[in-house]
Design a protein around this ligand. Sequence first.
Ligand code: SF4
Ligand code: SF4
Length: 178
Amino acid sequence: MSEKKGVVLNPLEIVRGLGLTLREFGKGITGGLVTLQYPEKRPDLAPRFRGMHRLERYHTGPYKGLERCVGCALCEAACPPKAITVVAEDNPPDPAEWKSPGERYAKVYDIDYLLCIFCGMCVEACPYDAIVMKHEFELADDSRAPGNNKFIYTKEDLLDRVFEGPKEPEFKVGKFDI
Ligand code: SF4
Ligand code: SF4
């Protein structure tokens, strides 16, 4: 038997391998399981985990309730896979009807989650801290057909809803939380 073709069985390695298997099996029995029972149990996410986005509003001060986004499209320019679409429009003449404190606001703000790589460049690029990334990550849906692409989240999906009434006291984002 040539040395190349031959397989040398080392009994000690077999015993070591079995020992490892038994140790992991023991962990399972004693409660040290490594398999997370998702979705019943949620994973502990790092504080800076980059999940789905939210368009922020001012929560205090003279602009309270207004959208932070002024439609400057710097996030769109910074997005490597071009997942963001921003279309800006002038704010109405009457300050009481302003959407944002700037001259303009984002009339359209879409994120295509089939393109997004969750890099966070949009967050870095925004001069107004208007776009943030939260901990939501469940994006499964049932259609990506043109005209019915459920992975394109619109401004309505992304906007901070904290001022929309007592039923939504927490800051939430995403179609599944609304
Ligand atoms: S996280 Fe990255 S890929 Fe996703 S929208 Fe922002 S810049 Fe684009
Ligand atoms: S999210 Fe920020 S960078 Fe993007 S359009 Fe709005 S203000 Fe500009």
